[in-house]
Structure formats: structure tokens, C-alpha cells
Design a protein around this ligand. Structure first.
Ligand SMILES: Cc1cc2nc3c(=O)[nH]c(=O)nc-3n(C[C@H](O)[C@H](O)[C@H](O)COP(=O)(O)OP(=O)(O)OC[C@H]3O[C@@H](n4cnc5c(N)ncnc54)[C@H](O)[C@@H]3O)c2cc1C
Length: 429
């Protein structure tokens, strides 16, 4: 049988379910990735759906993936075309019998998948696998997704107690005869419509995309520096790379799996130390899972103005306010510094994200979806479930049982008492 692995947000060779299954079940395996031109178009809000930071990181990731796949004798074709236009033709031209792909359920991804299937005239087996979770959907202790608790703590406690994380899969390999050179070249940043740019010297994420860099970062954060043993105490930091793991960059496009991180933390706990700090990284990965489950449960409601609560507020849509917020020109210096960091680097700390989101949605009562769409555009680590899940949570239309509004001045005093973070960013353009 001839297989195609259609890569999406699972851009790795280690612990990759679709890839491992395809290699185990077929005589021939090829791989494709489509850079959809619509990702680089302007949204209704006047900014691009994907900005240069994530675009560059993605290209680095694909280059790394192509090299890793070559080592296991699988050719990866990367095209700057819609999957709807490319994949059905590829299936036909290469007489593919089986297509392996990560299961995705959000609206845009579903639409693409259905269209690709519709365009495929040939008889093909479509094999989809959940591969973005720490705890697999078949293993969580709730009979149906509808029974999933709305409150994080309940989800976490039951899941931790009653479920187990599946073992990470080893990297598979095909025989050398399986390999042929890919036909096309990976597009450049210019091909995608951006100019090359330098990483900002103040960036707390001066990293490259790709599995190789993800695994290096994991090793650095855990074993080289042992920063994991201080994680809970430092994770609310704002400056430099090591106050938190920064693994979100690679988790978001799947160049590392949550299971691989889990196993590394377990090894650290066995060989170095096991404390509340080491546990806390797993705790945060559970938040990541939780937002994926919330999205799986509520589907498109995570994108609705009223969120999963269908709650009506009097939201405003003031373009001038948006400009002020995005350009870091609000009356709140702490918000401004965070927005300047995002604008210059494609990253913002978790503390920063909570504050600027609360300011936008709660203080200014501006349409939270515009803030979320701006994050989607700018963030290197943009992940549909984490972004929209956190935004509805912070905007009061999601799962925050306490519906809090941040006191920005107090937050700045607590987390930036010497104003070092504000000084770092407020004089930038
Ligand atoms: C408004 C808002 C929007 C956000 N948008 C995104 C997004 O698009 N993509 C994204 O990955 N994270 C998002 N987050 C969550 C969080 O801010 C980032 O995951 C975190 O800052 C990434 O840095 P880190 O890897 O160093 O995190 P660490 O503190 O080292 O945490 C380890 C990992 O745990 C997960 N995690 C931590 N906090 C959260 C959280 N609140 N929700 C979900 N997962 C979490 C991430 O995968 C992270 O890599 C958002 C948070 C807010 C408040």
C-alpha cells in the first residue's frame, strides 16, 4: 500500500502517531505540507492573519522537518498552495491508497479537510489520529466529551488521578528505497510576502523553529540549567528566555509533543529532583489540554462573541482604541510595554497576556475577538485552542468561575517592581 502523511500541526518525526502508523502499515510513505496562501492575507481587522514572526518560525520548522524526514527516508513536499488544490492531485498522481493526518476539529481546518476529501475522486482510506494532547481523548475519565467539567480544577484532579499519559513513540524509519528528492523547494519568507528581518536584541525567544531546536531547548531548560527546579517560582517573570520554558513555540506547531516533555520531566524527577516546581510544568500542560478539550466540547462557540456562556456584554469596536492598544499607546505603561514586546518579537509572557487581554476586554470593553485575532496574527506560539480558550476566559465569556478583572497598576507593582520590563520596552518604536 502507498501512504501519504499530510502534516499540519504535528511537524515532528519523534512521537508522531500518523507517521509511525504510516511507516508500520505501508510499503511506501510520502509526506506533504501545504502553506495555505490565505494564512498570509489581510483579515477584516486590517492586519495579516499570520505575521512575519510565525511565518519565519514555520519555514525554519519545515526545513528542519524535511531534513529529519530525509534521515528516515521519507520525502517531504512543501508547497505554497491550498491543500484543496494540491493534495487531491498529489493523491491521484502518486496512486496513494491511505492518507494519515492528525485529527483537527476547528472550523477552518474541518472545512479544508472536507474539501480535500470532496476533491479526491480516487478511493482512499483517511486515517485520522488525535496527536496534540497530553492525555489522549480515549483515556480521560469522562464517558463523553459532553461530560467534561467546565472548571479546570475538576478536570485536572480527575484526569491526574484516573488517567495515564501514553508512552512517547520512537522515531520510525523506512527503507532507503522509499526516498526520492522532493520536487519543489521550500518557499522563502519573501515568497510569503515578507521582508527578511533581524530578531530584536531584547527578545526573550531568540529561538529557531523545528524539532531539533525544540529538543535542544527541552534539554537546556531541564538538564543543562536545571531551570525546571525553579519553574514555579520564576514562571511569572517578564525578561529573558529562562523565566519559563518557552516550549509553547514548538508545541504550537507540533515540533515537539506534550508526551515527550512529560517523559523528560519524569526523567528529571527521577535523576535530579522532584518538587512542586517540577510538577508545575505538567500542571501547565494540563491547562493546555483543558483548553483543547473545551474547544472539542464547545466547537465554534469559542469563536463567538458571547463565548461558551452565550453571555451578552455591550462590546465596542473602536478602531482608534485598537491602534492605541496594538501600538502600546494606552494610558497604562505596563500594558504598553507588553504590547511593544509582542509587536517587536512575536512573544509575550503569560502574565503580560493576561493583563493586556483583561485591559482590552474588561477595562475598555472592546470586542475581545479583535484582541484574539491580533494575538493570532502576531504570536509565534499561536495555538487556536489556547488562544481562544484563554481569551474567552479572560473576557468573561469562558471558564473563569470568578470572572476577574486585573488591576493593572497592582500587577505592574507586583511583577515589575523596579520597572525593568517597562524600561526595556517603552522606548522602542
Ligand atoms: C490571552 C491569552 C492568549 C494566549 N494564547 C496562547 C496561544 O496562542 N498559544 C499558546 O501556546 N499559549 C497561549 N497562552 C497561554 C500562555 O500564555 C503561553 O502558553 C505561555 O506564555 C507560553 O510560554 P512558555 O512556553 O514559556 O510557558 P510555560 O510557563 O513554560 O508553560 C509550559 C507550557 O504549558 C502550557 N501553558 C502554560 N500556560 C498556559 C495557559 N494559560 N493556557 C494553555 N496552555 C498553557 C504551554 O503549552 C506552555 O508552553 C495564552 C494566554 C493568554 C492569557
Amino acid at each position: 500500500m502507498k501512504a501519504l502523511v499530510w502534516f499540519t500541526q504535528d511537524l515532528r518525526t519523534h512521537d508522531q502517531v500518523s507517521l509511525s502508523k504510516a511507516c508500520a502499515e505501508n510499503q511506501s510513505v510520502q509526506a506533504v505540507y501545504c502553506l495555505d496562501p490565505s494564512w498570509f492575507e489581510y483579515t477584516e481587522f486590517g492586519f495579516k492573519k499570520t505575521e512575519k514572526f510565525r511565518a519565519r518560525f514555520l519555514l525554519e520548522t519545515l526545513t528542519d522537518l524535511q531534513q529529519s524526514l530525509k534521515k528516515i527516508h521519507i520525502p517531504l513536499e512543501v508547497v505554497f498552495q491550498k491543500p484543496e488544490d494540491f493534495i487531491s492531485n498529489f493523491i491521484q498522481q502518486n496512486a496513494i491508497n491511505r492518507v494519515y493526518k492528525m485529527t483537527e476539529w476547528t472550523a477552518e481546518e474541518q472545512k479544508v479537510f472536507h474539501q480535500v476529501r470532496k476533491n479526491t475522486i480516487q478511493e482512499v482510506q483517511w486515517i485520522q489520529n488525535y496527536d496534540q494532547f497530553l492525555f489522549h481523548p480515549e483515556d480521560i475519565p469522562f464517558k463523553t466529551i459532553a461530560q467534561l467539567p467546565e472548571v479546570f480544577t475538576e478536570f485536572r484532579k480527575k484526569t491526574e488521578q484516573l488517567s495515564r499519559v501514553r508512552a512517547a513513540l520512537p522515531e520510525p524509519k523506512m527503507p532507503i528505497e522509499n526516498y526520492r528528492e522532493p520536487q519543489g523547494k521550500i518557499p522563502s519568507l519573501t515568497d510569503l510576502g515578507f521582508e527578511d528581518f533581524e530578531t530584536h536584541p531584547n527578545s526573550s525567544v531568540p529561538f529557531q523553529g523545528g524539532q531539533t531546536h525544540a529538543l535542544n531547548r527541552l534539554d537546556h531548560y531541564l538538564f543543562e540549567t536545571q531551570n525546571l527546579s525553579r519553574y514555579k517560582q520564576t514562571r511569572n517573570g517578564l525578561i529573558d528566555a529562562d523565566y519559563s520554558s518557552k516550549l509553547s513555540l514548538w508545541l504550537a506547531n507540533g515540533s515537539i509533543s506534550a508526551r515527550t516533555i512529560y517523559e523528560a520531566v519524569q526523567k528529571f524527577e527521577r535523576t535530579v529532583t522532584k518538587t512542586e516546581d517540577t510538577y508545575w510544568l505538567i500542571f501547565e500542560l494540563l491547562w493546555r489540554d483543558y483548553f483543547k478539550y473545551i474547544s472539542l466540547k464547545h466547537h465554534n462557540k469559542i469563536f463567538y462573541l458571547g463565548g461558551i456562556l452565550s453571555r451578552a456584554y455591550s462590546w465596542k469596536q473602536n478602531p482608534q482604541k485598537f491602534k492605541q492598544w496594538a501600538e502600546g499607546k494606552t494610558p497604562e505603561p505596563f500594558v504598553n510595554a507588553n504590547m511593544m514586546e509582542l509587536r517587536n518579537t512575536g512573544f509575550m509572557s503569560n502574565r503580560g497576556r493576561q493583563n493586556v487581554a483583561s485591559f482590552w476586554a474588561k477595562q475598555w470593553q472592546e470586542d475581545w475577538r479583535i484582541g484574539a485575532a491580533y494575538f493570532e496574527s502576531m504570536l509565534i506560539d499561536y495555538d487556536v485552542h489556547s488562544n481562544y480558550g484563554n481569551w474567552i476566559y479572560n473576557a468573561g465569556v469562558g471558564n473563569d468561575p470568578r470572572d476577574r478583572m486585573f488591576n493593572i497598576k497592582r500587577q505592574a507593582e507586583m511583577y515589575d517592581p523596579e520597572q525593568n520590563f517597562q524600561k526595556l520596552w517603552l522606548n522602542q518604536s
